[in-house]
Write a protein that binds this ligand. Sequence first.
Ligand code: NAD
Ligand code: LMR
Length: 320
Amino acid sequence: SNSQMMEGSSMNLGWENCRAKGASPGFKVAILGAAGGIGQPLSMLMKMNPLVSVLHLYDVVNTPGVTADISHMDTGAVVRGFLGKEKLDEALTGMDLVIIPAGVPRKPGMTRDDLFNINAGIVKTLCEGIARCCPRAIVNLISNPVNSTVAIAAEVFKKAGTYDPKLLLGVTMLDVVRANTFVAEVLGLDPREVDVPVVGGHAGVTILPLLSQVKPSCSFTPEEVNYLTDRIQNGGTEVVEAKAGAGSATLSMAYAAVKFADACLRGLRGEAGVVAYAFLESQACSASQPCYLDVHVAGLEKAKKELAASIQKGVSFARK
Ligand code: NAD
Ligand code: LMR
């Protein structure tokens, strides 16, 4: 797996078979883990997205309350709630996009990999449902450790015979959102005008901000590069420590997830030139890309080593 620039147009990613021709305007979106810290604001923001016509909220607890609450918003999407494992298939049937923020978050002192034991099984069960009920849906996987859960999902889909690497996207958009914010602060710019490519995975040294490729074009001192790289790579830990046991990033994550989901829906609609970053299996972007190698070779080697181990851990779990 690798992270790459995702050309979201349906032509480039081959999403043209994802929806029936002549389907009504607006997309059907399911959120799995919709009652959680990320799930609730994410559900609210997706209810506000004009590209969404049907919004399915699934969780193993508290879905009725969240659904009743969100369904009162006077926006277009029709909201339906699904509570408990026996409702998973119904929640997934007919979906164009499935967003997964289900799973436990970190507490101070933990790594994302410490969540593997609990979240691996959750992701496996949910992806088995996707393979059964909406195998051509685009999947946005948020549950940590993303560097391993994407590999678990891939193995589940391979076993079911439904795997298409273009449809399985590990969500790393929060790293991009953070990078834009921190770089804008250093440059004294509005973050909306800044575009920082971030490739690799979603944990520590596997997060690779490409500070030489920032738009608008600019240069940083070595001290600024060190400060920015460290802050971007450890942004998650900064929030975990500030929340002091009450979880990890939820609000900025919901914002990032919606930004990413919106790019996916616009790509699915056929809009040209949609670009976003994600963690996915790809032949198109390998370590041999010269534009990355000139300045990032040291970081890239470190990232590749850790990523290979995390991916293998997910594969082994799913195959056993
Ligand atoms: P949370 O505990 O507040 O919410 C998780 C929700 O998942 C809960 O409502 C829970 O009931 C639900 N859930 C648990 N098992 C389930 C199952 N089998 N099926 C459906 N739902 C289930 O946690 P959170 O703060 O929302 O974080 C969720 C996950 O997202 C964590 O793993 C966290 O590490 C990860 N995360 C990823 C990123 C990223 O950038 N990719 C950013 C922030 C958090
Ligand atoms: C983040 O980057 O905020 C998330 O991956 C949550 C975490 O555990 O840091």
